[in-house]
Design a protein around this ligand. Sequence first.
Ligand SMILES: C[S@@+](CC[C@H](N)C(=O)[O-])C[C@H]1O[C@@H](n2cnc3c(N)ncnc32)[C@H](O)[C@@H]1O
Length: 206
Amino acid sequence: MNQKSHWNIAYDKTDTTKLGWYEENCTPSLDLIKKCTLEKSDSILNVGAGATLLIDELIALDYKNLIANDISENALEKIKTRLGANTDKVKFIIDDLTNSVTLQHLEPVDLWHDRAVLHFFNTKNEQDAYFKLLNKLVKPKGHAIIATFNLNGALKCSGLPVHRYDEKMIAKRIGKDFDLIESFNYTFHNPSGDTRAYVYTLFKRK
Ligand SMILES: C[S@@+](CC[C@H](N)C(=O)[O-])C[C@H]1O[C@@H](n2cnc3c(N)ncnc32)[C@H](O)[C@@H]1O
């Protein structure tokens, strides 16, 4: 099965709140976003957004230039259904981060945000494509937040193998044009009560 079908089925067959990565409280991301001292009009690209409540939280905080990407249209539909009349406050882009068609033509953004997406890219080609796109799309002085399973993290998520990182590994891959501003390990409690070990990183472009 290809990636797109895998994720479409995952979002189709399971209630959003029961998904292993469902996060009721996006505090670690919001804390790092606060540190970026963005203007409300600055652009925030949420890659592999899934059905995340972070979008709702950012709308509530009055951010006006939100972009939600995912490979799965079913995932983004969940956000649209939930947002109702607020749907038009978000630009939705269905695209594959490792083989981008639409995203690569996007205007550069002030913030790239990824929670629980990069670790699904297991081949060098996929990882290279991801970081190439990130480098293309983050403005000078812009920020990138990347949260992945850390080196003590699970070996699989959603039945798929993952590639785990620490902050130094992410720093090496994102490249010398970005400074690591902050990183921390974070234990996420998923809806079934299991724990998942993440590393959160905040980078600023030179
Ligand atoms: C574990 S979920 C995390 C979703 C969301 N970031 C969150 O924190 O709730 C991983 C997400 O990455 C998306 N994804 C996987 N591969 C992708 C790709 N190649 N391009 C874009 N999105 C992808 C999946 O559809 C899924 O929504």
